[in-house]
Every structure is written in C-alpha cells, then in structure tokens.
Design a protein around this ligand. Structure first.
Ligand code: ADP
Length: 382
C-alpha cells in the first residue's frame, strides 16, 4: 500500500471515532487535522474542542486504537492539539446554528414532555428520571432538563453525583455539553450552583425572571443535538416556571404526576389546568405510590386509591380527547433504594412492579405521537 493510501485509510478509521460528549464522529467535527504515513510510521493530529477537555483521554485512546487497527504493525503517534477560538466558533455554529436559538420552540420535531405535579414529594423526579432511561432503552434519543429549582434531584437519581457533587458540564465556547447518564443527555440547575467553598448549596431563592432566564439558557445554550424526546422535570405547583415553559415550549405536552390521595389530586388538577392555560396539552396522568402488592396476596394502599382517575376525569372536562391515566406505579422499596443509589430501577430491577409500570408508561408515550386534537389555544397567561 502506498503511503497516501495508508494515510487515507487511517484518516477514514479515525474519522469514525465519536466524541463521547458531542456524540458525533470526529470527521464531522473537524477534529482530525491531519494524517501522514511514512512507511510504517503513522502520525495523526487531532484537535480537541477545549484544553483540558474531560473526554481527552478517551478520545486519544479511541483514536489510537482506530489508527492501529487501520495500520496493523505500524507505529502510531498521536499529536493532540486544541482548536483555535475561530475553529471553536465555527464548530458551535455548525452544530447549533448561528446566534442563540431555542431549537425546541414552535415547529420543533422533538417531542417535548413537561412532567409536573401539584406538590412535592409525589415522586415526580423519580418518575421522570426512570421514564427518560426507559425511553432511551427503547432506542430513542432522549434529553432531560431538570428545571425543578427547589429540589434538583435528577443528577443524583441518574447516578451523576460523585462525592456529593453534580458534574460541571463541559463548555465549548458558549455551548454547554450536557453530561450523559444511562444514554440520557442531562442538564440540571444543580450542575451550575456552587457555594464559594465549592460545595453544593442547600435552598436557593429563585425569582420569576431568573427562572425564566435559566430555562431559556438551558434551551438555547445546551447542545442536545437532534432529540426524539426532551423531558422536563418541572418544579411542583403552578408557579412562574410553568408559565415560562408555556412561552418557551408552546408545543410541549404535559404529564401530570399524582399520588392516589385526594389531597394530592386536587393540586395536581390545578397544575394540569395551568399548563393547559399556557397552551400545552395534557398528555396523561401518572399515578405514583399506588397500592403495593404484598407477598401474602393482599395489597398495601398507603395513600388510598382513585387519585389518578380523579385527576384524569377533571382534566378531561371540556376537551375533545379524554385525558387518561397512562400508568399506575406502585409503592416500591426497590424504586426508592435505586433512586438513592443513583441506579434507576428500570436498569437495576427491571422485573420490579414499579419498573414494569414505568416501562409500560414509556411504551404508551412512545406510541402516542404528537396529536393536535385536544390541544387548547393559549388563553390568558397572566
Ligand atoms: P418529587 O420529585 O415529586 O418531589 P421524588 O421523586 O423526589 O418526588 O420522590 C420523593 C421520595 O419518594 C423519594 O425518596 C423517592 O425515592 C420516593 N418514591 C418515589 N416514588 C416512589 C414509589 N413508587 N415507591 C416508593 N418510594 C417512592
């Protein structure tokens, strides 16, 4: 083989290596600067997006092994450089388009589902994290925005927290790369908040405009790439961020999580109605913490029963397409332990009754694509 034929072959192999954060082949990212072959000596020059890129070691390793298999027996040298600011700008513009743009606004091809609840503690974040993973396991490309500013728990639930800290996302120019857990591209407010001593903060005071800007920044600056589904873990209740989400994500569908308890269902109905007022369609209700089957054949219904059906009934009033209870997820010690351990139950105990209920929720959501029927036009958003 001639030197140039060998170099072409190595270039093709190296170009197919994917960047673990950008999830695209290096050839598409212009990260392969040059490949030369002189006899058996092969030299590959690559350009990382930023200096100290956390994925650098992995990229170098993958490039080396791709080059070595394309040039068996040759000696391979990898030169690792860094893109210039101009190259970086060109790359971010190519990936995200010029200027700041929210790719999930009106007309998006991504299915956007905001998961909401009337009050905290009903398992909304747990359901959202497991649903995201279940959808990804079905082969969909999934992004997850943790917009629950008062209780950002998604990084923990997905196992992203190490030594008590959520990872800091890599930034390339003004593009933020979401960390990936269980194939879900995840961004959380918890990843951006640090105390002056570096520790994560406890309670944070948020005002409406700041919330709006944060959600807007997540939508415009985080590079999710092409997604099939974007899930949002919303704060409980009917606050400012629900209204912001209505403006920024007019095509979003809303999934309402409630427990079977009457007191929880009342507030859940209100959160569904607010979402509808800002123009979003309620896609269904999830009843969580439902009766748990016991070994002796009886069931333990700690939170009573009927809350999910009640929310669905109330939210079906006045719309053409009735709102259904898409899943009833039982109380499950495995689900709770899995969340605490950062390994979602759909991965750690796929046969658990709660995991199976989440799987069937994912199946129902994945099969019921976007439908316009039943979606109301925006009313007052004051
Ligand atoms: P929210 O997001 O609504 O505030 P979380 O998802 O943080 O609620 O859940 C609150 C607590 O309830 C967590 O400790 C979680 O592990 C637990 N939990 C949620 N769903 C279940 C369930 N089906 N069975 C047992 N524990 C659950």
């Amino acid at each position: 083989m001639t030197d140039s034929a060998l170099a072409d072959r190595v270039r093709a192999a190296v170009g197919r290596v994917t960047d673990p954060e950008l999830r695209r082949p290096l050839s598409e990212l212009d990260m392969v600067r040059g490949v030369t072959a002189t006899g058996d000596d092969v030299r590959v020059e690559i350009a990382l997006t930023i200096a100290g890129c956390p994925a650098a070691d992995r990229i170098e390793r993958d490039v080396r092994s791709a080059a070595e298999s394309a040039a068996p027996g040759g000696s391979v040298t990898i030169d690792v450089g860094v893109m210039t600011p101009a190259e970086r700008k060109a790359l971010t513009e190519r990936l995200k388009g010029p200027g700041r743009r929210n790719p999930f606004g009106a007309g998006t091809l991504t299915r956007v589902v905001a998961v909401t609840s009337g009050k905290g503690g009903v398992g909304k974040s747990t359901v959202t994290a497991n649903l995201a993973v279940a959808l990804a396991r079905r082969g969909l490309t999934v992004g997850l925005i943790d917009a629950d500013v008062h209780g950002f728990s998604i990084p923990q639930l997905l196992g992203l927290v190490r030594d008590g800290e959520a990872p800091s996302p890599t930034q390339v120019g003004d593009m933020i790369l979401p960390p990936v857990a269980h194939d879900v591209k995840t961004i959380s407010i918890g990843m951006f908040l640090k105390q002056s001593d570096g520790s994560s903060p406890g309670a944070v005071m948020w005002r409406g405009p700041m919330l709006h800007r944060t959600l807007e920044q997540f939508l415009t600056d985080v590079y999710f790439g092409d997604l099939d589904v974007l899930l949002l873990d919303m704060p409980p209740g009917t606050g400012d961020i629900a209204i912001s989400a209505g403006h920024l994500l007019p095509g979003a569908e809303v999934l309402v999580v409630t427990t079977p308890q009457a007191a929880a269902s009342d507030v859940a109905i209100r959160s569904g109605l607010v979402a509808r007022q800002v123009g979003q369609r309620v896609v269904g209700v999830v009843e969580n913490m439902a009766a748990m089957p016991l070994a002796d054949g009886t069931t333990l219904d700690l939170f009573g029963s009927g809350g999910g059906a009640e929310v669905a009934r109330a939210l079906s009033e006045g719309v053409e397409e009735p709102v259904e209870v898409l899943a009833s997820i039982p109380l499950s010690p495995a689900l709770r332990q899995a969340g605490d351990a950062g390994e979602p139950v759909v991965v750690s105990h796929p046969d658990d009754a709660a995991a199976r209920a989440v799987e069937s929720l994912a199946a129902r959501l994945a099969s019921g694509g976007r439908r316009l029927a039943g979606r109301k036009l925006p009313l007052a958003t004051a």
